[in-house]
Design a protein around this ligand. Structure first.
Ligand code: AMP
Length: 211
């Protein structure tokens, strides 16, 4: 549970308070999985989690400045986002770089958020985390301290300047699909199909699970 979850969003983020009331005492427990452990969390009796918020999956990558540490810090930063809970974090994977080969291997992972933020506000928050980690907007597919991609946002398909969801690279990227497969094989990627099916034909070369 993040420290902001019962208060107002910070940093001017857009929330959807009407869909996500806070501090409502409840008796129904919902299981959330973080790092493979179940966490019992109260939900209001009259409301399902689906009615209150959206499941959003985020892809995490780093290949500079102690990448494992960067990815672990990214999980913490995601857990602290306003009006958002970190539901699932995948194992870490070491992966060969996509794009210019003369760069270090990446560490990749995925995370599921349960969020009341709108998609644009969530992407802005992800970019703010990247920036705080020291990311500069550099060469396309070049090395980076931290890359956060909004992979899915509920069942929505969004295509507008600055935001495409599902993220266009999902179906070809083993460094996204294999972490997803480890924690959410049945996740339906809107317009593409279930992760299990997308991952079935993917090239696994250069991808090593670390934990
Ligand atoms: P990248 O270099 O991979 O971090 O790409 C960042 C750019 O992609 C930014 O200009 C974003 O606005 C844009 N973008 C579009 N859709 C997405 C998405 N689903 N997740 C992350 N960035 C996105």
């Amino acid at each position: 549970m993040n420290s902001q979850s019962s208060g107002q969003p910070r940093s001017g983020a857009t929330a959807r308070p009407s869909r996500r009331p806070r501090n409502v005492p409840g008796v129904v427990a919902a299981a959330a999985r973080v790092a493979g452990r179940a966490i019992q969390r109260p939900l209001p009796e009259f409301m399902t989690r689906d009615e209150r918020s959206v499941s959003a999956w985020v892809g995490i990558g780093s290949n500079l400045d102690d990448p494992e540490r960067q990815v672990r810090r990214a999980f913490v930063a995601l857990a602290e986002l306003p009006d958002t809970e970190l539901r699932v974090q995948s194992p870490l994977y070491r992966t060969a770089p996509m794009g210019p080969p003369d760069q270090p291997d990446y560490i990749n992972a995925v995370a599921e958020l349960d969020t009341g933020l709108e998609a644009d506000a969530l992407l802005a928050q992800l970019q703010a985390i990247e920036k705080r980690a020291g990311r500069l907007r550099e060469t396309r597919w070049g090395p980076r301290v931290l890359d956060l991609d909004l992979l899915t946002y509920g069942r929505e398909c969004i295509s507008r300047p600055g935001l495409k969801v599902p993220h266009p690279g999902i179906a070809e990227r083993n460094f996204v699909l294999l972490p997803l497969l480890s924690v959410a094989p049945d996740l339906e990627i809107p317009g593409l199909g279930p992760v299990r099916q997308l991952a079935a034909g993917i090239d696994r070369e250069g991808v090593v699970r670390l934990e």
